[in-house]
Design a protein around this ligand. Structure first.
Ligand SMILES: N[C@@H](CCSC[C@H]1O[C@@H](n2cnc3c(=O)[nH]cnc32)[C@H](O)[C@@H]1O)C(=O)O
Ligand SMILES: [Zn+2]
Length: 428
């Protein structure tokens, strides 16, 4: 099937300046991008007044935590996690996970996110939800080794990799997920790294999110969290997606220089939990790839990637006391091509190019807060919101048009969410 997007202002996120033109989608790929395409198409989408850009990619998520949105705010991370999130998670059934993931996907599609990296439990249910919703995702079974049933968790992690890698027309990929330096001891961490290298599976973990973590790891191993991972051999060969990476000193940043993969910066979550400002410009200057993510809605509260783009640039400007740092285009790149590299899907998505997969969003610019258009990059980075996205396309398929979801029944979803969310948190 051929779909033609006519007359939008195209921001390829490559080196071209934005221009008004047409995009032809053939099946799941971009077949052509030109000023005017006159080939016949089965479906025409009128893009006049809209900006077309690559779909945003959320590089760090815990999708079912959307069911816990707003349930326990204004707490310290370790209290929030241990006293609130973990007991609530223990009560979630596989069906709850499915609906929580669907809730997150509905919000992501409605705010222009086309792909995400997820780390959670009951991954079969999340994978089924991804398959139905039509999004692109890199899925990870999060692994903690604080209790005794590490074996069961490990076999669930491997089942996910074996059963779901390449599924849903190639939209689903998988990673291995040692949760963090403070929840995974050296031996299992080393085993996971070895397995990742042998089988060429990327790894997804949290690093140096809080000062408390830095103190804990210092007491336990007399190292920084980054040194802990470096000495385990994490940055030598495997492709690694590091979430947060807030508390890194100069030497720590040096350890990451040789890594494959990169860092998911989650500025809104870091702001809200008072974690600190991740040194993403210093890391980027050392050649480390930076992507953007929201983290779960249980902490970040929204999954709107436009907020992350804005927060990322503002924090660097504030940190340096210099408004020239991290300009609009750099932040937009982090949310698209940067995140794509972290998910190891940059050869398929992250820019609009002929031959790449058609993951495209249309943003309706005909609004007071998005006019006049002196500079499209500035408007998208500093003024646009998720609610300005009119159309979301993944793998050539339209998932939302005119703000109507086409793969998720929104009324049914909201009903399920209201029923389930109450039960999960009762008494916690
Ligand atoms: N403990 C789980 C596996 C971990 S899945 C990923 C975990 O990350 C947790 N999580 C969510 N946000 C954050 C964060 O910001 N920092 C650290 N952990 C987080 C989340 O609550 C979830 O428990 C088990 O039963 O096997
Ligand atoms: Zn996280």
């Amino acid at each position: 099937m051929k779909t033609l997007i006519k007359g939008s202002t195209i921001l390829t996120m490559g080196n071209e300046e934005p221009y008004i033109g047409d995009i032809l989608i053939d099946g799941d790929r971009i077949a052509d991008i030109q000023s005017i395409i006159s080939t016949g198409a089965d479906v025409i989408i009128h893009g006049g007044g809209m900006a077309a850009m690559p779909g945003l990619i959320n590089a760090h998520q815990h999708t079912p935590m959307s069911l816990l949105r707003g349930f326990s705010d204004d707490l310290k991370l370790m209290d929030w996690l241990n006293q609130k999130m973990l007991p609530a998670e223990a009560r979630m059934t596989p069906e709850d996970i499915y609906w929580g993931a669907k809730l997150a996907m509905a919000e992501m599609i409605k705010s222009g996110t086309t792909a995400f990296a997820d780390m959670y439990i009951h991954m079969n249910e999340i994978a089924a939800a991804v398959e139905e919703a039509g999004m692109r995702a890199s899925l990870t079974r999060g692994l903690t080794f604080l209790e005794n049933d590490g074996g069961r968790r490990m076999s669930e992690a491997l089942d996910l990799v074996r059963h779901w890698s390449g599924a849903a027309e190639g939209r689903i990929t998988t990673m291995l997920g040692p949760h963090s330096p403070y929840t995974v001891p050296p031996q299992p961490f080393r085993e996971l790294i070895e397995l990742a290298e042998q089988e060429d599976i990327p790894l997804h973990t949290h690093l140096a999110e809080t000062k408390e973590e830095v103190i804990q790891i210092r007491e336990k191993y007399n190292q920084t969290p980054t040194e802990y991972l470096y000495h385990l051999g994490l940055f030598e060969q495997a492709h690694v997606l590091l979430a947060h990476s807030v508390h890194l000193n100069r030497r720590d940043i040096g350890y990451l220089k040789s890594m494959r993969g990169g860092v998911s910066h989650n500025p809104v979550s870091n702001l809200k939990l008072g974690c600190g400002i991740a040194p993403i410009k210093d890391m980027a200057d050392q050649g480390i790839t930076i992507g953007l993510g929201t983290d779960g809605a249980g902490s970040a509260t929204t999954l709107d990637m436009f907020e992350e783009i804005r927060a990322a640039t503002w924090l660097q400007k504030l940190d340096y006391g210099d408004p020239t740092k991290l300009p609009a285009m750099d932040a937009l790149r982090m949310a698209t091509a940067g995140s794509a590299q972290l998910l190891r899907i940059a050869h398929e998505v992250g820019t609009l190019e002929i031959g790449k997969k058609a993951d495209i969003i249309l943003i309706d610019m005909r609004k007071p807060h998005l006019q006049p258009i002196h500079n499209l990059h500035s408007l998208l980075a500093y003024c646009a919101n998720g609610a300005d996205v009119d159309t979301t396309i993944v793998n050539g398929k339209v998932l939302m048009q005119g703000r109507q979801l086409l793969t998720i029944d929104e009324d049914e979803l909201l009903e399920q969410v209201s029923l389930r969310s109450k039960r999960i948190v009762e008494g916690i």
